[in-house]
Design a protein around this ligand. Structure first.
Ligand code: ADP
Length: 530
């Protein structure tokens, strides 16, 4: 019997973010890893070998600071080749990065610093941040390396060896559902997620994936993982340019992007103002969206303009990076009212649980999504109470000690086995004693041929009480001759208490920094005009 040699320490490659993502650098060092076109006519390509050597250089500079494994590093930057090298370098140096937007207001940055007590604040060489609190070391980075401006305080390290259970990063949620929470994700969890995602074969080495999500949202880390994990290239799109359809299309054209990943709202202005230029991008063969439901009229229009593109509906929350990936049927049949989310990615499982804690097994019955997965977050930074409310004992076998993610999302399982999103637990609101499912109202409104997108909200009235309001955008060239039209249309299928008392037509729905519909801004606007 031949003797198997014992694996050497170097062969045992524990699951760290940097080692997983830089693997293609070993096999195809010359392939493009990042393709950028920040200005018209100026495209730069960073190969895997270059990304690897930038990462090594930055990790060396970070290592020289002798920080304890798990020390936090605020990374204030937009997505770029140097920022990517820096986050990989943090991983390689055993440090936890906390991505922050350069647009973050000073006060919010200081609150964040009070919360995570970082050792270092790093920004891109051209960053504008000046008032970083004294207790934190500071530095700037670019393609040429790291310049430490203020050395971090030296604390005797209690630990020496990074472990895959260490936090790879902390992402602060936008706080749309309350105060911001720091989602702590371990190396092991994020690599498990990447493996599950890559099993869907959404991209290959020839792809160039435009990442339109700002770096401080985990959607950008999903895009980076999808691109580098597939041996493809990341195409960073600056959050400032995403909103301008011509700039967005220029970047896609100049970088040769083959896939665009982002929240549904990135397409709204493009569909409205630049349909011909979009249709001319024949190299675009994939679109992945995540973050909220894609209004079906807009999705159908996108399919008309990109008839051969594979469109993937990615569902999930920051607490597990994402959860499922499902191809949108092409073309989307007329009768479809809700997109399928599919099922959880390989290695994970969705369970639906009813309000009594019973696991729902029948099709077409709504329950709250609970996710069993090796890719769950470790907890909310410094918030054990919120963690306990979200990481809950396995409802099927609490004795096992296993925890699952309680998502706050409702869904039902279709007869085809695919889950259908049915709103947030808190989107079932009581209006005048009646339970109203806001998603159902929105779905009815977008079924109207003139409506492209709709958001329904409970609107508190100045004298007390609440009324149901809806905000809609209309298709180009469409105007409602009679606004009563939409009421009649809703009343045809919805019970009277679910017909919005007020329907406002807007030019555009306001969006958050992440590009999701900004319900708080809509409420404020509605309140101001009440
Ligand atoms: P935030 O709570 O700050 O918005 P997330 O980005 O984690 O943070 O949002 C996750 C939520 O977004 C999910 O729980 C779900 O409600 C919604 N969501 C994500 N993807 C989809 C999708 N494909 N379809 C419908 N809703 C989605």
């Amino acid at each position: 019997m031949s003797q198997q040699p014992h694996p050497s320490a170097a062969d045992l490659r524990p699951d760290f973010l940097h080692s997983f993502l830089l693997d293609p650098a070993r096999h195809s060092p010359d392939a493009p890893a990042v393709v950028e076109s920040p200005e018209a006519g100026r495209t730069t390509v960073t190969s895997y070998a270059e990304l690897r050597s930038h990462t090594d250089a930055l990790a060396g500079a970070l290592g020289a600071l002798e920080l304890e494994p798990g020390s936090r590093v605020i990374l204030e930057a937009d997505t770029s080749a140097p920022a990517l090298a820096m986050l990989l370098a943090c991983s390689q140096a055993g440090l936890t990065f906390v991505p922050v937007s350069p647009q973050t207001p000073q006060q919010r940055l200081e609150t964040l610093i009070d919360t995570v007590r970082p050792a270092l604040h790093l920004q891109a060489a051209n960053g504008n941040r000046t008032d970083v609190p004294e207790a934190v070391g500071t530095g700037r980075f670019d393609r040429d390396g790291l310049t430490v401006e203020r050395a971090p305080a030296h604390r005797p390290p209690r630990r020496r060896t990074p472990c895959p259970t260490d936090p790879a990063y902390i992402i602060f949620t936008s706080g749309t559902t309350g105060r911001p929470k720091g989602v702590v994700m371990s190396h092991r969890a994020v690599v498990a997620f990447y493996r599950g995602m890559l099993a869907h074969r959404i991209a290959g080495p020839d792809d160039r994936i435009a990442s339109t999500s700002p770096l401080q949202f985990d959607f950008s880390l999903l895009n980076i993982g999808l691109a580098l994990g597939s041996g493809a290239a990341v195409v960073p799109v600056s959050p400032q340019l995403v909103r301008w359809p011509r700039h967005l299309l220029r970047i896609l054209r100049e970088t040769g992007a083959t896939q665009v990943n982002g929240v549904p709202s990135i397409w709204r202005q493009v569909l409205r103002h630049e349909p011909k230029r979009l249709a001319a991008l024949t190299g675009l063969r994939g679109v992945l969206f995540c973050g909220e439901e894609f209004p079906l009229p807009e999705l159908r229009r996108l399919q008309e303009l990109l008839p051969t593109a594979r469109i993937v509906n990615c569902y999930g929350a920051t607490e597990s990076m994402a959860c499922s990936f499902e191809d949108v049927p092409n073309p989307l049949p007329e009768e479809v009212e809700r997109l399928s989310l599919g099922t959880a990615h390989p290695g994970a499982e969705i369970l639906l649980v009813d309000p009594d804690g019973r696991v729902v097994d029948e099709p077409d019955v709504v329950g709250e999504i609970h996710l069993r997965s090796p890719a769950l977050f470790s907890g909310y930074w410094g918030d054990p109470e919120a963690t306990r409310a979200t990481l809950v004992p396995d409802p099927l076998c609490p004795e096992s000690g296993q925890y699952v993610l309680r998502s706050g999302d409702l869904a039902l399982r279709g007869t085809d086995g695919g889950y259908r999103f049915a709103g947030r637990v808190d989107s079932q609101v009581q209006i005048n004693g009646n339970r109203v499912e806001l998603g159902e109202v929105e779905r009815r409104l977008t079924a109207h041929p003139g409506v492209t997108a709709a958001t329904a909200l409970p609107l508190p009235l100045p004298g007390g009480g609440t009324q149901l309001a809806a905000f809609v955008t209309l298709a180009t060239g469409h105007c409602l001759d009679d606004p009563g039209d939409l009421w009649t249309f809703c009343a045809e299928t919805l019970p009277p208490y679910m017909v919005p008392q007020e329907i406002r037509v807007l030019d555009r729905l306001p969006t958050t920094a992440h590009g999701k519909v900004d319900r708080t801004a809509l409420l404020a606007e509605a309140g101001a005009r009440a």
